[in-house]
Every structure is written in structure tokens, then in C-alpha cells.
Design a protein. Structure first.
Length: 256
């Protein structure tokens, strides 16, 4: 079936190389509670609704034990609420600095539109956060036809498929077979597979790779190939239909 729409994730996929805005905010909030999460622990739930992300981190054995040791009790949903409120306040202060489109995004989107393909998007951010990100990205030349946050799906974000279905409704797409979903986290891959669409993981600048642009560019050939293999394996294990090095690789999977 001909491709009618490509649905991109935001941070780590189309903007915010390495997906560092939420990582920074998550780590700061946990430190306020006396816990020093590792980069791996912080990134593992990436792409989920942010409240769910915090709870998932607290449910990790090491972090949960640390919380109980420091605070003398197990965490509860009230703790998640308070941490999420602090996280949101922290993230809103820095989001405008993390909305620059990644390399090849604008050219790729232009090529897709030239082929008559609509551009959708999903995110783990809230509508309030997206007001900042969408505005800043548009100033820099990137504007999808629509975006959907968990606020529009009764807070049922990834890995649920509903944000993709909402995109399809808004874009008037005829079938899941006509959709490609592109993302940079395991949650993105699961979202796409749960929706029944062709699902693609992107490597460069992704949360799964977890590197800044300078760090990625400084890798030698052997280091880069090792990273690509590691991230590809993670995506494939999650069910990805394809893995691309950078976003322009999605053009190879368009059905005309």
C-alpha cells in the first residue's frame, strides 16, 4: 500500500540531539530526593508519559531500595505526583534550548511532502511542554502537520497506540498499512508495533545512543560500528521493522 503519512517522535528523533532535555530534568529531580540515577537508569523508560517514566524509575530495584533507605518507607503515587510536578517545572525552564531540528530533518520532511506524504508526530511531552517545543522548532523551519501528546489520549501515552491512531484520524489516513512511525526509544518502537504500523528506529542523535553530537562525531569507525550494532539490536528486539542511521534513511522505506 502507498505510504500516506510518516509519524515522527520529537526529542531525540527530530529535535534535541541525544534527547538531553528530559534526561537532565529527570536526573535533577531524583537528586533532590537524595538519589543519583545512572544515565542508563534514566534513559531506559524514555519515550513514556513523563509521570509513568518517573514511576518506572522508582520501581527499579536499586532506585526503589535507595528511596526506602533514605526516606524510611516505600514510594507511593503521591511521591510520583510531587516529583512529576517538580520535573515539569524544571523542564519547562529549559525546553526552549532543546528544540533545534536535527540534521537532515527539514530536508527529509520537504522530500516527504514533495511525494505527497503527510507528517504527523507523537511525544511523551504534555501539551504545555509542546507549546514551547513546537514554537521553537517552527522558528527553525520544522513544523509537522499535527502533533499529539498523551493529553489528547486520556494520558495513555506510549507504549499504547492511541497517539498514532489520533494522528491517523487528524491526517485522514486510510489504513495502518499506509503509516510509518519513526522514533528513537524502545517506547517508540512498542508504540508503533502496538498500532500495527511499519516502525523504524533511528540511531544518530537518539536517546538509545545517548551521545551528544560532538561525542558521536568523535567516535572512530570501530566505536561507531559497535554503537550502531548495539542500538540496532535493541530496536530489533523491541520489534522494529527497520533501523536507520539518520532520519533521511526513512525515505528508503516510502512506498510510492
Amino acid at each position: 500500500m502507498k505510504t500516506e503519512a510518516v509519524i515522527f517522535d520529537w526529542a531525540g528523533t527530530t529535535v534535541d540531539y541525544g534527547c538531553f532535555a528530559p534526561v537532565q530534568a529527570f536526573m535533577e529531580i531524583f537528586k533532590e530526593y537524595g538519589i543519583e540515577p545512572t544515565m542508563e537508569e534514566t534513559r531506559k523508560p524514555m519515550g513514556m508519559l513523563k509521570w509513568d517514566h518517573i514511576k518506572t524509575m522508582l520501581q527499579m530495584e536499586r532506585i526503589g531500595d535507595e528511596f526506602e533507605k533514605i526516606h524510611g518507607r516505600k514510594f507511593n503515587d503521591g511521591d510520583v505526583d510531587k516529583m512529576h510536578e517538580k520535573f515539569t517545572d524544571s523542564l519547562l525552564k529549559i525546553l526552549n534550548r532543546f528544540a533545534e531540528p536535527k540534521d537532515y530533518v527539514i530536508d527529509t520532511v520537504n522530500a516527504l511532502r514533495k511525494a505527497g506524504i503527510k507528517i504527523g508526530s507523537t511525544t511523551g511531552y504534555t501539551d504545555k511542554m509542546m507549546e514551547i517545543v513546537v514554537s521553537e522548532a517552527e522558528k527553525a523551519g520544522y513544523k509537522p502537520d499535527c502533533f499529539v501528546s498523551p493529553d489528547s489520549t486520556n494520558h495513555m501515552g506510549r507504549p499504547y497506540p492511541y497517539m498514532i491512531f489520533r494522528n491517523m484520524e487528524m491526517l485522514k489516513v486510510s489504513s495502518v498499512s499506509a503509516v510509518i512511525k519513526v522514533g528513537d526509544t524502545i517506547s517508540d518502537i512498542k508504540e508503533g508495533k502496538n498500532a500495527g504500523v511499519f516502525t523504524v528506529g533511528v540511531i544518530e542523535g537518539s536517546s538509545e545512543a545517548g551521545l551528544t553530537k560532538d561525542e558521536y562525531n568523535s567516535l572512530n569507525e570501530q566505536e561507531r560500528l559497535k554503537l550502531i550494532e548495539k542500538v540496532t539490536d535493541r530496536y530489533k528486539q523491541a520489534g522494529a521493522d527497520a533501523v536507520i542511521t539518520d532520519i533521511c534513511g526513512v525515505l528508503d522505506y516510502i512506498v510510492r
